[in-house]
Design a protein around this ligand. Structure first.
Ligand code: FAD
Ligand code: DLZ
Ligand code: SF4
Length: 511
């Protein structure tokens, strides 16, 4: 009799996958909590607990539908702690005759599973994860022969191909892009909608983890875990976003404010990345809400959100599969420094960094512009090695999986790819941070001061970055203006800025 073993990874919790459409007694699913996955980064405790909780909920759901499931817990005696070893062991002990898995999202796991299939003596096959709009190779094919991979042209092609917000082959409303309307600062004293959080009791999982020596970062309230851990909660969060946050999403998507950890963002990335919900249903729900309330939800709010999902998210995945494994080694600026210690504590006098890091430690979450223009901006200005920056981002965020983390971090944020993802480095001085946030007013440092006592570190580090990298960036047409300003600056002002930057870099742990 044939016996099939099917592997479900911790980020493949897609209950709508065609695997589950029929109940077949000859098929057994296996899910496993293993050290190879808990230990490849120092993950945030909420990320490990959240993934284990979501895996266990998924397993319970499969069991309730009468599927056969083997679930290996982190402290099980016979847990061999890697996908390969556990699978080999099961094949041997339970006489499986066929092995199947879904295409993984990570290069490392993809390679491991391919090798596993070569090493086992039974037949094997791989199926799609049935989650994304695009295949792994679609972006590579789209940009075949091109040097620049412009997100905007990919996004427009996606809108056309999937007929999203289109009228024939023209964009609905006649305009593709509303970015210009989506850069507002929050008005003073504006109070955003309180985020919907859950009160999941995940203390059992937390207690089991505490028995291991898995190293984690950040904090957790394991009796009131705020993140969704199943499909039902993920749909509730999506509903909350569509009804409460979408009406202002676009306007304030680049805004930052102290003590407001998610503003009008959806916080749907964890649910989507572990596939409890699909990007298709996220888009559909938002378009449905916009159609219901056309006078309350302006088109730019909706378009800004759709762009993130069918544009940026799919684009990053395509870049990943097109450029790995070389991408993980790129270091365009040859940056070599270590991250300052306060990236793990939030204990810095710089208000913007203190806020972004502290909330990341408390919630395993920061919204995009905090990741890009606060922590990422600082790391790039300070010349931190991209391996260090990647390791931090891969660990700290609940939604961090390499395909979307490394492309955003090494590519978009650190420009370590030399301009595949971004056309110029995302760096700024204090003026941009002040324009988009309410951080500077109550900061120890003074936003308008460039050198001397209490000068905001972003100011001198900014010019130091351009000076240091002039050979690599001087000819970039998008940065020409900054170099003109730098070249025209009085020599004594330039020297003072560079000395100030040097002082800050030498004392980076005390900032
Ligand atoms: P919203 O602002 O509500 O946006 C909606 C959705 O759009 C997100 O859930 C996400 O799926 C998608 N999206 C938005 N921007 C991007 C983007 N640049 N790339 C891919 N998808 C995007 N996102 C991750 O999912 N995992 C990561 O590990 C990750 N690491 C990042 C590291 C850096 C340095 C930067 C600058 C960005 C990173 N992002 C990552 C992208 C983005 O910041 C997060 O997707 C977003 O903050 C998640 O919060 P949200 O669901 O509230 O997003
Ligand atoms: C991130 C993660 C963690 C912390 N733990 C597990 C685990 O124990 N078991 C599992 O199947 N998956 C886990 N994951 C998610 C995997 O790392 C992810 O499936 C791969 O990186 C492929 O994207
Ligand atoms: Fe950040 Fe500088 Fe503003 Fe302080 S003054 S919050 S360090 S940008």
């Amino acid at each position: 009799m044939s016996k099939t073993l099917r592997l479900i990874l911790g980020d493949q919790l897609n209950s709508n996958h065609s695997w589950f459409k029929t109940i077949d007694d000859s098929v057994t699913y296996v899910m496993m909590e293993i050290r190879s996955e808990t230990d490849y980064a120092h993950h945030h405790i909420q990320k490990v607990v959240g993934i284990f909780a979501a895996m266990q909920e998924f397993k319970n759901d499969l069991l309730s539908k009468n599927h056969n499931v083997i679930y290996i817990y982190i402290n099980d005696n016979d847990n061999l702690e890697s996908f390969e070893k556990n699978i080999q062991n099961l094949i041997l002990k339970q006489n499986f005759t066929h092995f199947e898995y879904q295409l993984p999202d990570e290069y490392r796991v993809d390679l491991d599973l391919k090798n596993l299939c070569k090493s086992i003596l039974i037949s094997s096959s791989v199926v799609d994860s049935e989650h994304f709009f695009t295949t792994r190779s679609e972006l590579g094919d789209f940009f075949e022969g091109k040097k620049i991979y412009l997100m905007e042209s990919f996004y427009r092609a996606m809108r056309k191909k999937h007929n999203i917000l289109m009228e024939g082959d023209k964009p609905l409303t006649g305009q593709w892009n509303y970015d210009g309307e989506n850069r507002k600062k929050l008005p003073k004293n504006h109070k955003s909608t309180s985020p919907l959080v859950f009160n999941n009791d995940v203390s059992n999982i937390y207690d089991e983890l505490a028995k291991t020596d898995v190293k984690t970062i950040g904090t957790i309230d394991s009796k009131n875990f705020v993140w969704p851990i199943n499909r039902e909660q993920s749909l509730q969060l999506l509903d909350f976003f569509a009804t409460e946050c979408l009406p202002l999403f676009g306007s304030y998507q680049d805004a930052m404010s102290p003590n407001e950890w998610s503003l009008y963002h959806s916080r749907i990335s964890f649910s989507m990345n572990v596939k409890m919900i699909s990007p298709h249903e996220v888009i559909d729900r938002c378009i449905e809400e916009w159609k219901k309330r056309p006078s309350e939800i302006e088109f730019n709010q909706l378009e800004g959100f759709v762009r993130q999902i069918i544009g940026w998210r799919e684009y990053m995945r395509g870049i990943y599969w097109n450029k790995m494994p070389e991408f993980a080694k790129l270091n365009f600026f040859n940056n070599q420094e270590k991250l300052p210690n306060w990236f793990w504590t939030g204990k810095t006098k710089m208000n913007c960094l203190k806020d972004a890091i502290t909330q990341s430690l408390n919630y395993a979450y920061a919204h995009h512009i905090q990741r890009l223009m606060i922590t990422g901006n600082f790391a790039l200005l300070a010349g931190i090695h991209p391996d260090e920056v990647d390791a931090w981002y891969l660990g700290i965020y609940i939604d961090a999986f390499e395909w979307v983390e490394i492309t955003n971090t090494r590519g978009m944020s650190q420009f370590a790819d030399g301009g595949i993802v971004a056309t110029k480095p995302y760096v700024s001085s204090a003026s941009y941070i002040d324009k988009m946030s309410h951080y500077c007013g109550s900061c120890f440092y003074k936003k308008a001061v460039k050198t001397g006592e209490k000068a905001c570190p972003f100011n001198s580090l900014y010019w130091n970055f351009y000076d240091r990298n002039e050979k690599k960036l001087g000819k970039n047409p998008r940065i020409g203006m900054m170099y003109n300003v730098w070249r025209k600056m009085k020599p004594e002002d330039k020297t003072a800025l560079l000395q100030q930057a040097d002082f800050y870099l030498k004392n980076i742990n005390e900032l």
